[in-house]
Ligand binder design. Structure first.
Ligand code: SAM
Length: 280
């Protein structure tokens, strides 16, 4: 089929496709949004694109027009034959029937150099997917993803705001972020209850702050935000250090232990983490 003819409404009708709410299926109808995603991801003919959740392949078709190769990961059994029928003959297209949370992306990426992830993500697994893609150290240049507006706000949040949390620290640790555009519910079939945002996360050459022990850094961040209402002192007690050592660590990092996690910048979390590391 001609890539220009891949249209959500037509394909849903042709295959009598039944949407699954539990798989977060809200397919894009709006051509302009699809084009803005591809443009926002800055796709060119050197790029190897990985798309999570192609649905009936509307975004995939646009990506295939620009990229060197597009590999899609789709979980829904019912979508596999549709995608194979519509896009299977296209030489740049590859389909993997699997759960994106279970995939080893290194096996897909191989020795490709310019790898970009593009996806209209299923909202029920947005956060675990982002965590996996960033923390497992894959060679992605960027992730251009459509996510719920609230999640985008959490990603971009600054200290001392109610949106600031572990996800803000995680994404800002690894990436620069850029909002591509807002997308309203009318652009989807069926319509989601929330507004959406297309955001691009550009992976930094190295993390934004240098830390001696990444696991410890993220443990401190997670403990801190898990106990949002409590002081850092209370959450840091879980790390198993004596009272004296913990006091010394806070002193050394010049951080008041009565502060709460939501007030700390990435640099301050890093300083605290390194001071605790030295005393552990
Ligand atoms: N890309 C299409 C579009 O924009 O119209 C569909 C996007 S829809 C929001 C999310 C897609 O992700 C669906 O096709 C759904 O079946 C698929 N999906 C849901 N959970 C998944 C998972 N764990 N791994 C891979 N794909 C998944």
């Amino acid at each position: 089929m001609d890539l220009m003819d891949i249209k959500t409404r037509d394909l849903v009708k042709k295959y009598n496709f039944k949407f699954s709410k539990s798989l977060g299926q809200n397919f894009l109808l709006d051509d302009k949004v699809l084009e803005d995603i591809v443009e926002g991801a800055d796709v060119n003919n050197k790029d190897f694109i990985i798309e999570i959740g192609p649905g009936v392949g509307v975004l995939t078709a646009k990506l295939l027009q620009k990229a060197k190769k597009v590999t899609c990961i789709e979980l829904d059994n019912d979508l596999i034959p549709i995608l194979e029928q519509e896009l299977g003959e296209h030489e740049k297209f590859q389909l993997i029937h699997n759960d994106a949370l279970k995939v080893d992306f290194n096996a897909i990426i191989g020795d490709e150099e310019s790898v970009k992830l593009v996806a209209n993500l299923p909202y029920y697994v947005t956060t675990p997917i982002i965590i996996k893609l960033l923390k497992e150290g894959y060679n992605f240049k960027s992730l251009t993803i459509m996510i719920q507006k609230e999640v985008a706000e959490r990603i971009n949040a600054e200290p001392n705001s109610k949106e600031y949390g572990s996800l803000s620290v995680l994404v800002q640790y690894y990436c620069n972020t850029k909002i591509v555009r807002k997308v309203s519910p009318e652009s989807f079939m069926p319509r989601p209850k929330v507004d959406s945002i297309v955001i691009r996360l550009d992976r930094l050459e190295g993390p934004r702050v240098k830390v001696k022990d990444e696991k410890l850094f993220f443990d401190i961040v997670r403990n801190g935000f898990n106990m949002r209402r409590k002081t850092l002192w209370n959450s840091a007690k879980q790390l198993g250090l004596s009272k004296e050592k913990l006091e010394e660590a806070f002193n050394d990092a010049r951080i008041d232990p009565k502060r709460r996690a939501e007030t700390l910048t990435l640099e301050e979390f890093a300083a605290l983490s390194d001071s605790i590391y030295k005393l552990k």
